[in-house]
Design a protein around this ligand. Structure first.
Ligand code: NAP
Ligand code: MG
Length: 398
């Protein structure tokens, strides 16, 4: 059997701990035997990041910009414990944050749906993809606690020193204050990434905020989305048979619960944070969530939504058997291979991605799965496999 050819390399971002182990197994068992794989490899494992003063992360993001498609393994975001564990020179920033800032991208998270793992919401039949605007608002806010009566104001000083003031509140006693911001530039990038991804996946796009209450702040989000939609995307949406609509966040929540899924729900930063946790847990498992970072220019970085599964890694190091779910990482690879195939006009590569996904789902539907899924499945007969045997079972199916 001849292997499927590639033209342009994928940007491959390797990672840490248990997902790094799975990464190798996936490549060895499910990709290299079938695809003449071309990648530009960046090791984002914490040791290499520390060794290169984190330059490797920046370089990998630049490569993603250049080649347009990347696939990333989960990586450790250092904290105090990791400083000690890995003897780090510095508490390096989250690679995902660094890459997102360089690509100016938006993260889209979607569940992988499979028979036997049923969502808690009965009506949900298709994935609900959450797009989170990951800049500003309460995440970059300044806060104050006041202990006595006084006047609080918002003050904006322009380049020439002119001040604009807006009363927040006349305090008659102690209280709390918060000032937050967003930028038009960031909202525009978010809008473009959302419209691009909706066209890409041929799904309707919803956007919701609280514009009835927040007549300037939230309303600006609504206005910018609408303006960009009408100027650049409306015709293309029509041609693709999809729609964009804005609604109040309360209404969106009610509609989501009654919907059957199959759309992208664009959220402001806080809504996206909270709703993505709600949607992923209601769909069953964090190990079955995919994540793709999309830049406004159309660069794509695919990954699993979960972390490095540290607890399993320590078991693995202790020589114990693990049953870690590789599905979301496999789907990161298939997402990237399919997109590469699409951009390079390689139908065979795209078809391979489809087949690998189908084989993965069929394996689970036959009752062969990892422990995390066995705990929640509705299938009557289940065989729990270890990390490698699950991947081998998929290969057999493939
Ligand atoms: P995690 O790796 O997502 O794992 C949390 C728990 O969820 C696991 O202990 C496991 O539960 C379960 N789980 C997650 N993925 C699973 C899988 N594929 N198969 C089976 N079970 C799975 O989160 P964490 O332990 O909080 O974080 C570990 C490291 O990952 C941290 O250093 C963090 O910085 C990093 N992280 C990276 C990313 C990223 O790169 N995108 C995202 C999040 C976190 P049980 O232990 O009960 O089996
Ligand atoms: Mg959250």
């Amino acid at each position: 059997m001849s292997k499927i050819a590639m033209m342009t390399p994928l940007v491959e971002m390797d990672g840490d701990e248990m997902t790094r182990i799975l990464w190798r197994m996936i490549k060895e068992e499910l990709i290299l035997p079938f695809v003449d794989l071309k990648t530009e490899y960046y090791d984002l494992g914490l040791e290499k990041r520390n060794e290169t003063d984190d330059k490797i992360t920046v370089e990998s993001a630049e490569a993603a910009k250049k080649y347009k498609v990347a696939v990333k393994c989960a990586t450790i975001t250092p904290n105090a414990a990791r400083m000690e564990e890995y003897k780090l020179k510095e508490m390096w920033k989250s690679p995902n944050g660094t890459i997102r800032a360089i690509l100016d991208g938006t993260v889209f998270r979607a569940p992988i749906i499979v028979k036997g793992i049923e969502p808690n919401v009965r009506t949900w039949k298709k994935p609900i993809t959450i797009a989170r605007h990951a800049y500003g608002d309460v995440y970059r806010a300044s806060e104050m606690k006041v202990s006595k009566p006084g006047k609080a104001e918002l003050v904006f000083t322009d380049e020439n020193g002119n001040e604009t003031r807006e009363l927040i509140h006349e305090f008659t006693g102690p209280g709390i204050l918060q000032g937050m911001h967003n930028t038009e530039k960031s909202i525009r990038s978010f809008a473009k990434s959302c419209f691009t991804y909706a066209l890409d996946t041929k799904q309707d796009l919803w956007f919701a905020s609280k514009d009835t209450i927040s007549k300037k702040y939230d309303h600006t989000f609504k206005d910018i989305m609408q303006e960009i939609f009408e100027a650049e995307y409306e015709e293309r949406f029509k041609a693709a048979g999809i729609t964009y609509f804005y609604t109040l966040i309360d209404d969106a929540v009610a509609r989501v619960m009654k919907s059957e899924g199959g759309y992208i729900w664009a959220c402001k930063n806080y809504d996206g944070d909270v709703m993505s946790d709600m949607v992923s847990s209601a769909f069953g498992s964090l190990a079955m969530m995919t994540s793709v970072l999309v830049s406004p220019e159309g660069c794509y970085e695919y990954e699993a939504a979960h972390g490095t599964v540290q607890r399993h890694y320590y078991k693995h190091l202790a020589g114990e058997e693990t049953s870690t779910n590789s599905v979301a990482t496999i789907f990161a690879w298939t997402g990237a291979l399919r997109k590469r195939g699409e951009l390079d006009h390689l139908p065979e590569l795209m078809a391979f991605a489809d087949r690998l996904e189908a084989a993965t789902l069929a394996t689970i539907e036959e009752g062969k799965m990892t422990k995390d899924l066995a705990l929640i499945t509705t299938l009557p007969e289940v065989t729990v496999l270890n990390s490698r045997d699950f991947i081998k079972a998929i290969r057999e199916k493939l």
